[in-house]
Ligand binder design. Structure first.
Ligand code: IVH
Length: 697
């Protein structure tokens, strides 16, 4: 584990390595590895980025180039060796050092009392300490470390034999490639855990799949286990998997004994954590009676969605290793552990109808209307079926009884239909041939699952494009909202994106529901959007396949958006992470006369079409280039007002504390952000008054 002093030293070491490289090559390589590993740990295990992407890349490139110049310096556990090398052909079978058993399940307090009774019987004592930790819903893996280096990663397989997936495991940045195990563990250490996908990563991935006309993956669990089996480690790296390790299953000391210092599960998890492994160290709790366990299970279930990844229950483990050994295992599960499963977020319902909706890109999405059913505290009424293929694959029919799942923040989906319950009255779902909004014939591209309306003036598409343009991550026109856009659009008060900048407010005020104050606020929000950076505008244009990251890449490549008029697919493809599909969509957009006309109109309205960081007009204002973050409860102004004040002077707002942050403005009851900023030592900490003085100076 890194101490506060280590953290400070390594942060300074990182800064100094960015500025200059030590002359002695061995020192340079060792120091670079140390800070990169530390930075990975901060980012992937602690979720607290230490360096900016640019700083991290600088260090990584330095290490890579030194290793290229001095190949004898390359080691297997160097962070550069995570970079995927070529394609693996298949995943050979490997025997686990210890069979990977499953867990017995419990569902309620009574089951847990039963478990407690059995444990007491087997252990021959009434005094049992239990550990409780989350049950992660992902794909289980086992890792082998030899002499401190990760030499093998494997899937569970049938529990005895797994598949060797070391190259893919190396792409999971939270898994250390080497670890400083205690001296007496000279040989092999086998560690068990779960590979998971953060819910937000999963959602973004599915969004991208849908944008590309592919069916989304059902849930993060399937996504994690599918990704581990991809044959191209480079692709695996892109999917940003995470891991949690929860069990040491094997270790070799000189006499093949457990190290004397590790006598409990709790300590072993804290120990792994101290070596840099991602473990449930922070979430796990100890109890000396089952009543405490039961209470914790009840409380935790309510908070299950607070974790960044899916958990489907808790695991209760007898803490003491000797006691575990005494209790033993069946062929299926250990007798000293049990899973407490949360209530399933599945239910059955009836498929009443299917509606077809046109989206911003013209894709027609079937939406199932079901008999309303409560799942996990939410009443589910409609569920996207994504595309025609999903309907065919699941053989869905109107009138079917369907199994519906809603996992955490994940959108609800239909798992399957129960064909055995059919009465013969069910009807097949007919996919339309014309656009439900404008009646134009739909078209389908061979490689895509989606049918599309290609009428660029299709009213629903236009309205959806305006909604996307105004959305939070695009031009962030606050207070307008989708419902108002549709209302204005239907009343002819808004026809296209440039139309946002000359809405007839007189007419709006007569609509009812809009007071003077809300109109003033709306006008201000629209005015404010004119200053948004180019990347937000490009994202807001809704070019197919262009998400926020691609929009940033594009914005950084030019000085004025019009520069793209001369770019062809080939030139666009030279940009990082822009493949032929994205490039051709971008080229098509900028070569289209109507789109060019729209950009001219936007420029006339006073929008920012230049990249302010690339030789175009510089951001203006006294605080140009300065970054701000607000924390705690502000008493003199609303947070949104404070942010707007900073932005009005050219400042920009960050979402977290990092070395990129210049000012942290602190209100009442400020917490971890303030601590972090103090620790970094590079951030100016301001009170509200000091902030007001700064912006009013
Ligand atoms: S302990 C002997 N702990 O749940 C060790 N398993 O349904 C047995 N799982 O196969 C496993 N979170 O893949 C353990 N904190 C946790 C877990 C966990 C998820 C998985 C594991 C196991 C499955 C059983």
């Amino acid at each position: 584990m890194y101490t506060a002093q280590d953290e400070k030293r390594l942060y300074e070491q990182a800064k100094s390595l960015i500025a200059s490289t030590p002359e002695n090559i061995e020192d340079a390589v060792a120091q670079l590895r140390e800070v990169i590993n530390f930075s990975d740990w901060k980012y992937y295990v602690q979720s607290e980025p230490l360096l900016s992407d640019y700083e991290y890349d600088t260090l990584f490139k330095k290490l890579k180039s030194l290793e290229e110049q001095y190949p004898e310096q390359v080691t297997e556990d160097s962070p550069t060796q995570r970079v995927a090398m070529g394609l693996s052909e298949k995943f050979p079978p490997v025997a686990h050092l210890v069979p990977m058993l499953s867990l017995d399940n419990t569902y309620n307090a009574e089951d847990l009392m039963d478990f407690d009774r059995k444990c007491k019987e087997l252990a021959g004592t009434d005094k049992i300490e239990y550990c409780v930790e989350p049950k992660y819903d992902g794909a289980s893996i086992s890792l082998v470390y030899e002499n401190g280096r990760m030499t093998r990663g494997a899937t569970r397989g049938d529990g005895v034999m797994g598949e060797e997936i070391t190259a893919n495991i190396r792409q999971i940045k939270s898994i250390p490639l080497s670890a400083n195990f205690q001296k007496d563990q000279v040989g092999q250490v086998e560690i068990r855990g779960e590979v998971v996908i953060h819910k937000n990563v999963f959602a973004a991935y599915n969004e991208q799949r849908i944008a590309e006309g592919l069916s989304p993956l059902a849930n993060p669990r399937n996504a994690a286990s599918g990704t581990l089996r991809i044959l191209d480690p480079k692709e695996v790296a892109k999917r940003k998997l995470s891991a949690i390790l929860y069990h040491i299953s094997y270790y070799t000391t000189a006499d093949n004994q457990r190290p004397a210092t590790l006598t409990t599960h709790y300590d072993s998890i804290q120990y792994l954590y101290s070596l840099g492994f991602p473990t449930p160290a922070k979430e796990m709790r100890k109890f000396d009676n089952i009543e405490g366990v039961i209470q914790f299970c009840d409380d935790f279930e309510v908070r299950r969605d607070d974790l960044p990844f899916e958990v489907d229950g808790l695991v209760i483990k007898v803490n003491d290793f000797d006691m575990q050994d005494k209790m033993g295992m069946t062929t299926h599960h250990p007798r000293w552990a049990v899973a407490y499963k949360f209530k399933a977020r599945q239910a059955t319902s009836k498929l009443l109808d299917v509606e077809f909706q046109v989206g911003r890109t013209g894709a027609v999405t079937p939406v199932a209307k079901i008999e309303p059913v409560p799942i996990g505290g939410v009443t589910v009424r409609s569920i996207s079926l994504f595309n025609e293929d999903v309907i065919r694959e699941k053989d869905l029919r109107i009138g079917d009884t369907v199994v519906v799942e809603r996992a955490g923040d994940v959108i609800p989906y239909i798992v399957k239909s129960l064909a055995e319950l059919r009465t013969g009255e069910e009807r097949p779902i007919a996919f339309p041939h014309s656009c439900p909004a404008c009646r134009e014939a739909l078209e389908k591209n061979e490689e895509e699952a989606a049918w599309r309306c290609v009428n660029i003036n299709c009213p629903v598409q236009v309205a959806e494009r305006i909604i996307h343009y105004t959305s939070k991550d695009a031009m962030d026109i606050r207070g307008l909202g989708g419902a108002n856009v549709i209302k204005f659009f239907e009343l002819g008060l808004l026809k296209d994106i440039p139309g946002l900048y000359h809405i007839d407010w007189e007419a709006v005020s007569k609509l009812g529901g809009f007071g003077d104050k809300s109109i003033t606020n709306l006008k201000q929000a629209i005015e404010h959007s004119k200053k948004q950076p180019l990347s937000r505008l490009i994202y807001g244009l809704g070019i197919r396949f262009v998400g926020e990251t691609t929009a940033k890449t594009l914005a950084n490549a030019v000085t004025h958006i019009r520069d793209f008029y001369d770019w062809d697919v080939e030139k666009l493809s030279t940009l990082e992470d822009i493949g032929p599909k994205v490039a051709s969509s971008v080229a098509q957009f900028f070569h289209n006369e109507e789109n060019r006309h729209m950009l001219d109109m936007l420029e006339k309205e006073g929008l920012n079409l230049v990249n302010q960081h690339k030789g175009g007009e510089q951001a203006t204002g006294e605080l140009a280039g300065k970054t701000f973050l607000f924390t705690g409860t502000l008493t003199k102004m609303k947070r949104s007002e404070a942010e707007a004040m900073a932005e009005a002077k050219g400042g920009s707002i960050l979402s977290g504390v990092s070395s990129k942050l210049n000012y942290l403005v602190v209100g009442e009851d400020a917490g971890s952000k303030l601590e972090k900023a103090k620790k970094l030592g590079t951030v100016s900490i301001l009170t509200e008054d000091e902030f007001l003085n700064l912006v009013n100076a």
